[in-house]
Design a protein around this ligand. Structure first.
Ligand SMILES: Nc1ncnc2c1ncn2[C@@H]1O[C@H](COP(=O)(O)OP(=O)(O)OP(=O)(O)O)[C@@H](O)[C@H]1O
Ligand SMILES: [Mg+2]
Length: 287
């Protein structure tokens, strides 16, 4: 599996780009697509999923230009859009049967397949209740389920973990890891902890452009040795913010404990081990 995005732009109107001259090559495994609100994640994912077209550039899956042959992508695709909606009067089984019919999936394997997916997503107990009675996280899992119906080779999940509680996040993670053997899986999020434990590779984007792409270790190395912890007075915070990039703060008595990124740390600072969150914050701030 090889997905090539070549110089793709999406111009929404005269001076508004959702994506600008974006290029990336994605191979099998799990790619975590990280970026703040408005970075262009959904814009990119919708074009890969063939529900929106680039204004410039091409998208190639296994040497097939999917702008010319969208069905080549669609046959192998599982897609959870960010704004996925369900039909509240159907139960989960009925909804998945409905989606299967629309995707042209049928036959004797369908019922066991639906059962297996519902089990993997911890929805079996609720499978015969109307989806309208589900919690937000349960509805989100129905959305994830429909994307998996056709045993997709390329799976795109736009903000899949929104609304999932910690236990369901772990379950989702396991499900995705099983899936990823010879598939391309792309997950988007603006929360690093949603993807850092499952993604083989990470792409960080902002303002419609790709800031960096690669293994987590390689990305983390960019700021290794520059992450520190110190304690400051609350009154110093504004000035501190101007000089360094703050990752997090926590209150301690009258003081603030600050985790920050800097090439010129304060004297009383302790050097900390670097993680992806640090790198993400740093790269999205300076770019
Ligand atoms: N249909 C549209 N018409 C005009 N502008 C749009 C449209 N869709 C998105 N945009 C703009 O394109 C940019 C990228 O939006 P997009 O939804 O792709 O970001 P995102 O990274 O998915 O953000 P979020 O984390 O909020 O989901 C934003 O500035 C957004 O306002
Ligand atoms: Mg989005």
């Amino acid at each position: 599996m090889k997905l090539e995005i070549q110089n793709v732009s999406k111009k929404y109107n005269r001076n508004k780009y959702g994506l600008k001259d974006f290029s990336i090559t994605i191979e099998k495994g799990i790619l975590g697509l990280l970026g703040p609100n408005g970075a262009g994640k959904s814009t990119l994912l919708k074009m890969i999923a063939t529900v929106s077209k680039p204004t410039e550039g091409i998208i190639i899956l296994n040497k097939n230009n999917i702008l010319k042959d969208a069905n080549y992508m669609r046959k192998q695709l599982g897609f959870l859009p960010q704004d996925f909606g369900v039909y509240p009067n159907l139960n989960a089984v009925e909804f998945l049967e409905y989606m299967a019919a629309m995707k042209g999936i049928g036959g004797p394997n369908l019922k066991p397949r639906i059962n297996q997916i519902l089990e993997g997503l911890n929805l079996l107990d609720a499978a015969h209740k109307p989806i309208g009675s589900y919690s937000g996280g349960m509805k989100q899992r129905v959305g994830i389920a429909q994307a998996l119906l056709n045993n997709p080779k390329i799976v795109i999940f736009d903000e899949p973990t929104v609304g999932l509680d910690p236990e369901e996040r772990v379950r989702f993670r396991n499900l995705i890891s099983d899936l990823a053997n010879d598939c391309i899986v792309i997950l988007s999020s603006h929360i690093v902890s949603d993807i850092d434990t499952i993604a083989d590779k990470v792409a960080i984007m902002k303002n419609g452009t790709l800031i960096t792409h690669g293994n987590q270790e390689t990305i983390i190395k960019k700021i290794q040795g520059n992450v520190f912890k110190t304690s400051i007075d609350k009154t110093q915070l504004a000035d501190f913010k101007n000089r360094h990039i703050i990752v997090s703060t926590s209150r301690k008595n009258e003081k603030l404990n600050v985790r920050y990124i800097s090439s010129q740390p304060l004297e009383n600072s302790i050097k900390k081990e670097t993680n992806l969150e640090d790198a993400y914050l740093y790269l999205t701030k300076i770019n």
